[in-house]
Design a binder for this molecule. Structure first.
Ligand code: UDP
Ligand code: MG
Length: 315
């Protein structure tokens, strides 16, 4: 097989602290892989600036000028990690045979990239980078991440455990991905649906080298909601079971009342009445908001708005 052109797609949002080191390490890796004839001479790194408000874009522009193996895509505004990745992939597929997506903080071990390429050469279209452990993450990050995967699993959204968005995709896999036109992007759930030959490589998750995590708890929750509502209607089914449970409870209460009346005991209970009204009312509101989450998705999907706009492409 002739050497394939590789594009390493790196989404960046306010990454001025991490970028200098990232750029250096990625260029060294790319140079090494070219020497070993793992990838073609035209391979490149594509930084996607997701509307950063710091010095990220000037840095990227500087790297592009200094090295022909670096390209920069500036998005008009912050569209979020998933959309930024999509922007990079859609741009890279124009001339790259194979893409690898990796976060700008290089928490994912870049030494796994040559292994991914080996698998690609063996005929895999998609290779997941899977974390072996999370020893370097904070307890908070580790716990929330574990809850995230558990929750997704319980809700019926299939994802690859401990795999984030560090993955290799062949051009035809990216082409296939681009045909999924949904706006509520959750790539980790979407990519397994493509169906081409898949494999994974494992690596140790490292510490963020500079800057701080852009994923707040709020963002992580909304990613989880996106994931579940885009891939499963299980929550809607759970509402039905909850309804059945409540009906059964009410039948039990009815039986209790009848027995009490037959025995000539009065039935009183302001407290239990208030409690059940508020309890049932609360449950109803939660159920309604679950349904509303789905309606919200239908609303945004129905508009067919573009996922991102490109302000500048330097190559
Ligand atoms: N990112 C982005 N847009 C955003 C938030 C994050 O492009 O709105 C990028 C960020 O620059 C990084 C990647 O997405 O390259 C993952 O973010 P981060 O490392 O903060 O997340 P974590 O690893 O903590 O989950
Ligand atoms: Mg990170």
């Amino acid at each position: 097989m002739a050497c394939s052109v590789l594009a390493i797609v790196v989404p960046c949002y306010n990454e001025q602290d991490a970028l200098p080191q990232t750029n250096q390490r990625l260029l060294t890796l790319l140079g090494g892989m070219m020497r070993d004839s793992l990838v073609g001479e035209n391979s490149y790194i594509l930084y996607v600036d997701d509307g950063s408000r710091d010095e990220t874009w000037p840095l990227i522009a500087g790297y592009c000028e200094a090295n022909r193996r670096v390209r920069g895509l500036k998005l008009a505004g912050n569209v979020d990690h998933q959309n930024a990745l999509m922007a990079g992939l859609e741009t890279a597929r124009e001339d790259a045979d194979v893409t690898v997506t990796i976060d700008a903080d290089l928490q994912d071990d870049i030494r796994a990239i040559p292994d991914m390429l080996e698998k690609y050469r063996d005929g895999c279209d998609i290779v997941y980078g899977v974390r072996r452990g999370r020893a370097s993450d904070s307890v908070f990050k580790r716990t929330t991440a574990r809850l995230f995967y558990r929750f997704m699993d319980a809700m019926g959204a299939r994802t690859v455990y401990n795999h984030a968005d560090f993955r290799l995709m062949s051009r035809r896999a990216v082409d296939a991905l681009c045909r999924y036109e949904e706006r509520n992007l959750f790539l980790r759930g979407l990519v397994p649906l493509i169906g081409y030959r898949t494999d994974s490589v494992s690596y140790d998750r490292l510490e963020r080298q500079a800057g701080e995590s852009k994923y707040s708890l709020g963002k992580m929750l909304s990613l989880a909601v996106d994931g579940v509502t885009s891939f499963s209607v299980k929550p809607l089914r759970l509402i039905f079971y909850l309804g059945v449970l409540f009906l059964l409870i009410s039948l039990g209460i009815l039986a209790y009342v009848i027995v009490a009346l037959c025995q000539g005991r009065g039935v009183q209970g302001w407290a239990s009445l208030m409690l059940s009204i508020w309890f049932v009312g609360g449950c109803l509101l939660v159920c309604m908001s679950i349904i509303a989450a789905y309606i919200g998705r239908i609303y945004t999907e129905g508009k067919h708005r573009p996922r991102y706009n490109i302000e500048q492409y330097l190559k």
